[in-house]
Design a protein around this ligand. Structure first.
Ligand code: IMP
Length: 174
């Protein structure tokens, strides 16, 4: 991929600033709780690792992997668990950590699936939201940036498993 094909949408500085704001809100809302943060692999890994270091309450971390787009940039509409949690979430305050809400299918499924496991509470934080692409109604409790309907990469987000290591979030002009 040629370098010119990448256009910075959100800089590392903008992302860091937003993460501090989100973490402050989460710290306030969970000040008397011990939340379990569930990162959705692989895209949310970078966001989760920065976010947890800004949250000032005791917390736990676990991961889930669900099927994603594969080599295509269009949603398959099929959600499948590839890696489940290591623990029960019964009576826990669960916060799902996602990189981006696009069609809403993934989070809609995860919210229903985890919600049926008797958590005390369940909320969602997403760094990015592409509201124009929704196929099912879904609103995250905490959202970093609403972005236009463009395919983005970097800061954990990939195209064909590449670009996750970029510090900025960029638009991929294919
Ligand atoms: P949804 O189920 O359509 O909401 O998609 C959620 C998942 O699709 C995210 O966790 C990402 O892995 C992937 N995804 C959606 N949009 C993008 C994008 O613009 N760049 C990279 N991955 C994306």
């Amino acid at each position: 991929m040629a370098k010119e094909a990448l256009e910075v949408l959100l800089s590392a500085e903008q992302i860091n600033e937003k993460i501090k704001e989100l973490a402050a809100e989460i710290t306030k809302d969970y000040h008397d709780k011990n939340p379990l943060l569930i990162g959705v692999l692989k895209g949310a890994v970078v966001f989760l690792s920065d976010l947890i270091r800004e949250i000032d309450v005791p917390l736990e971390v676990d991961f889930m992997a669900v099927s994603s787009y594969g080599a295509d940039t269009a949603s398959s509409g099929i959600v499948r668990i590839q890696k489940d949690l290591d623990q029960s979430i019964k009576d826990k305050d669960v916060l799902i950590v996602e990189d981006i809400v696009d069609t809403g299918l993934t989070l809609n499924y995860l919210f229903e699936n985890l919600g049926s496991r008797y958590p005390k509470s369940i909320k969602v934080v997403t760094l990015l939201d592409k509201p124009d692409r929704r196929k099912v109604k879904f609103e995250a409790d905490y959202c970093g940036f609403k972005i236009p309907d463009r395919f983005v990469i970097g800061y954990g987000l990939d195209f064909n498993e590449n670009y996750r290591n970029l510090k900025d979030i960029c638009i991929l002009n294919a």
